[in-house]
Design a protein around this ligand. Sequence first.
Ligand code: CP
Ligand code: NVA
Length: 330
Amino acid sequence: MPRSLSGRNFLKLLDFTTEEIQYLLELSKDFKRLKRTGTPHKYLSGKNIVLLFEKTSTRTRCSFEVAGNDLGMGVTYLDPASSQMGNKESLEDTAKVLGRMFDGIEYRGFDQNIVEDLGRYAGVPVWNGLTTEFHPTQMLADVLTIEENFGRYKGLKMVFMGDARNNVANSLMVVSAKLGINFVACGPKDNMPDEKLVATCREIAKEHDCTITLTDDVKEGTKNADVIYTDIWVSMGEPAELWEKRIKLLSPYQVNDEVMANANPDAIFLHCLPSFHDLETSVGREIHEKFGLKEMEVTDKVFRSPQSKVFDEAENRMHTIKAVMYATLK
Ligand code: CP
Ligand code: NVA
């Protein structure tokens, strides 16, 4: 059993031991069972949490809200326009005020430093709902989905295709190293995760009998993969002008039939979502008009195939976020 997580922040997975991450995964499974069987679990009734979003969200916000309600807590949502944070009040003051009123604080936004500072000053647990560098709650849902499909995660090969220097790719590399998953970042050479983070992850990976590989070779990278993962090519907070450059750079790393055929026959496809796999979004249509692409990081066919587990993965956001809140607030 890991030491209690009560009172801890959840800012990045580098701060957590393998045992602590495994404990959160076990707890997530328990909460999924309770939810599926309709068993009430208002274990944190009387507590209150606040969700601070400086970027948009569907899954993360709804997961925190539903999980908070299921645990019996009061949930307050603040978007950038409806708080004073950063405009009329410093981050430090905001953290101290919110810490006096709430039992836990979720933050989604920009620099990792912001959420680290919130964690330093709030005096109550702070949870990272995505920063430019990391997306740790997403990782628990991803690994839970992998385990549900293979009955294990240790020793498997997971390949991240595309924008390998973004928050999701960074976090997948960290969680893989901690849990013994062989991780491959497959993308253009000059678009790889930060060298220092790669070195740190390689050190951690050594202790868990797994490897961290960076490659620009799609055939080699995806060969015998168990999990093929991708994410959008331009992340929130990045300028729209980047689309043209990224389309040129990342199109060779699209997840399509060829990629899936090169992976193991029982490989699964994961994506944190949202995804540009058809023309049903305004951004997707705009890109189509400008550059002629109908689908981007993944083809519509792969996205809708039986190998795609993206909606199980999205559901698991809620169960895993519930586990994080419970473990840190109980
Ligand atoms: N995967 C994820 O974080 O989705 P949202 O941006 O909708 O929260
Ligand atoms: N890399 C994406 C992840 C969205 C969940 C972004 O930051 O926009």
